[in-house]
Design a binder for this molecule. Sequence first.
Ligand code: 39S
Ligand code: ZN
Length: 774
Amino acid sequence: MKTNVLGYPRIGSQRELKKASEKYWKGAVAFDALYETGKNIRKQNWLLQRELGVDLIPSNDFSFYDQVLDMSLTVGCIPDRYHALKNDKDQIDLYFAMARGIQRDGYDITAMEMTKWFDTNYHYIVPEFEKQQEFVVFSSKIIDEYQEALALGIKTKPVLIGPVTYLLIGKEKEEGFHRIALLEKLLPAYMELLERLSARDVEYIQFDEPCLALDLTQQEKEAVSHCYGEIAERFPHIKVILTNYFDCYGDNLTTVLSLPVDALHLDLVRCPSQLDDILNSDQLNKNMTLSLGVVDGRNVWKNDFESAVKTIEKAVAVLGEEKIWIASSCSLLHCPYDLELETDEKSLPAEVKQWLAFARQKVEEITTLKSIATGDNSAATIQKLEANRRANQIRKASRHIHNPEVKSRISQLTAADSKRISGFDMRKARQKEKLNLPQYPTTTIGSFPQTREVRSWRSQLKKNKISKAEYDELIKKETEETIRFQEDIGLDVLVHGEFERNDMVEYFGEKLEGFAFTNFGWVQSYGSRCVKPPIIFGDVLRKDPMTLKWSAYAQSLTTKPVKGMLTGPVTILQWSFVRNDQPGSLTCKQIALAIRDEVNDLEKAGLDVIQIDEPAIREGLPLRKEYWKEYLEWAVESFRISSSGVKDTTQIHTHMCYSEFNDIIASIAELDADVITIETSRSEMELLDAFVEFKYPNEIGPGVYDIHSPRVPTEDEMEKLLIKASELIPVDNLWVNPDCGLKTRDWPETRSALTNLVNTAKKMRARALSDGRD
Ligand SMILES: Nc1nc2c(c(=O)[nH]1)N[C@@H](CNc1ccc(C(=O)N[C@@H](CCC(=O)N[C@@H](CCC(=O)N[C@@H](CCC(=O)O)C(=O)O)C(=O)O)C(=O)O)cc1)CN2
Ligand SMILES: [Zn+2]
């Protein structure tokens, strides 16, 4: 029996990689310094896993930005616009130009697109394919890192994204072909890599094919069979581990069970039922090893040893100990580093802490499970089993998890609670009268620059270097300046700027009962950007208003409407670590009630416009279609519970970004928000198509400026986008706004970009007048 880790976090336990990367991008340090930081993180990760007793330790799970981008460099899939950078000696400026765009040394090249990795809050860089795409081994990262570990005396298991998943998660950049047709050209590059690894005596290679958690076409299934058939034939000595995670193999099971691979990995957290299906299948090849992903890589709860051991024993009974591995359900990338760093009782009470396991603890769980399952009767192992049983029992019986007040409110919910008083047409008329906005009204999505300064105030407050009163004064001043700035440039609906928030989800978690947080529980979201997802351990209750003070303050400064700013229930759920002892749908409704109370309080305080952000609604969509309907029903209902307690005259906005809307447009319409703002500029309004086709009835603000780039968009660029939008959407329904919040931007570019944005709206108004189509 072996222990198997699919991947380890790589940002560094103190976010060393984030800090080093950002210094390198600013030009403050040379690549050597960044390189050393990366090398140290790899070394620490490998040594730790060896020390804890992991048999299959991953390599190439490290990345300076993103593992999908690494794969693009590995197989030389580099869009033409970056070719001038190909001679760069470390390939690092090329790499970061693809990830982030480049605007210096005479270059002005946009970044590649970024999107969500399956149903996670991790974003990857989308591979771009041309019809005549060629692939050659361009980066030797996989080999280098394998060698680097060997030098430390560790023979690792290199991890690669499998060829079929790599193609399927990319995008065709021209018409007239399907990317899966590129497999024949891609395979030789993989073969070349395997050749080089085989020359270095590699024993195991892990191919990640999470596309196997999706509904695949016959052609795609055949591609999988073909690919692993070829690999087995060319490299009979290499032991191939095929991994899938985040859901069942489902009807791809017949395909994978007939593959000539050595080991098959199962995510038994997301899909426990597949083990029986496999063990009972006539197709099961008894030479195939099963890697049982019983330790949850997507959540922070302690494993339940008793139940995991039962699962393991069942598999051992069929295949024997030799053919069973104990594993994490997926890469531990989605978990924080180390629970032992958390020593602050106020954030994470000891009672809750004893229920948790982060990446390091999960690795210990994997090795302990092996000890238990292989009959180790040592005192240490028995004690670990006992401690685990006790912690889980205490959790089940804890009084802090259940709140009768919350449960009773949930039970009293009726259909009327998720319905606005009047239909959209009536509301629109009343809101028009009340708000009196011009055509092409302008607004922003909420946050303004979270500068180093603003963040340092929060950090000083935490360290008691400034008082709460001093902190509040500083935030007040920043808010006031931001209101004045918005007035000066002539925006129509203002925002308070979100300066008081560390993060749009963590902030709400800190204010709600039933949540705990961490101080070092960082998880990578994209590139150097990280989040600290809060932990929902019990029934959710809003004791006091959460945002009222800052919104009301901002509104008191101006006669223009200020938009109250809240994160929606689905997004709070999706971007937190959620309890696993009740369905997500129920937790979501509890959060919805808390947000509803906040919405109602904002209305009472005189805010006529309130935004409830739901950027994660699309990300939460189950990977398999059969579960979509159920999810969409409770997600829509939760949003509506939070938004329906207000008068007709109160305008409810929502916002979504990084989302494809085609599959869920009907549900988006059912949210019945008066206004939705979406990210559309990078795809040049392509995302609007779903709304146009559906004849989306309510108001809509398609983003006209890409906030993920420091580039300032010109008025001409934005005007072109708006003209396009005005040809697709009734002009009376159109808003003008950026793609998303401005928190990652700096002030100088924000000022110029928003000034250009307002000027563009003015031009559009003038144009409408002169066209006479008011
Ligand atoms: N949860 C979540 N998911 C999301 C988004 C989002 O906003 N939130 N946006 C989309 C894109 N993802 C993003 C994720 C993170 C960030 C981001 O900016 N993260 C910040 C951290 C935000 C934060 O928690 N800030 C804290 C802690 C800041 C910090 O680093 N403090 C320093 C000290 C600072 C100083 O003294 O100068 C430290 O702890 O070392 C605060 O402001 O209080 C970062 O990585 O830099 C942006 C986008 C999708 N998913
Ligand atoms: Zn957004």
